[in-house]
Design a protein around this ligand. Structure first.
Ligand code: 5GP
Ligand code: ZN
Length: 112
């Protein structure tokens, strides 16, 4: 847990969130400012700054739950997008690794 990390505070229950999945290693909750009808963030409970700093087995664990969370949020059939913003140029605003799962409508491309 990192001091002053908003996602660590959510994981500790100090800030409320709408959780859609949780296990011993990770949590998934709804984004507070959704970019689409379905917008969920998947993240490790351990404070890991970004994808580069994340141990491969932990990343693999999180990715292994994508199918389940996509089914539970109703986007598995029509499709969805995963986004991992990394660093300043990548648009990362919260320095605790999180994977955006976005769907529920036809998404535009490119994203920039
Ligand atoms: P980033 O820009 O770092 O890739 O994504 C950060 C995401 O976290 C943004 O989509 C933002 O809306 C979301 N977010 C920021 N603060 C909170 C919060 O307190 N609760 C929730 N549920 N989402 C948050
Ligand atoms: Zn954190």
């Amino acid at each position: 847990m990192a001091e002053n990390c908003i996602f660590c505070k959510i994981i500790k229950g100090e800030i409320p969130s709408v959780k859609v999945y949780e296990d011993e290693k990770m949590v998934a909750f709804k984004d507070v400012a959704p970019a689409a009808p379905v917008h969920v963030l998947l993240l490790p409970k351990e404070h890991v700054e970004n994808i580069v700093a994340c141990p491969a087995p932990l990343l693999s664990h999180i990715l292994g739950k994508v199918e389940l969370i996509a089914k539970e949020t109703g986007v598995a059939e029509k499709g969805f997008r995963l986004v991992i913003n990394t660093g300043a140029d990548g648009g990362q605003t919260v320095p605790h690794l999180h994977i955006h799962l976005i769907g529920g409508k036809e998404l535009g491309w490119p994203p920039c």
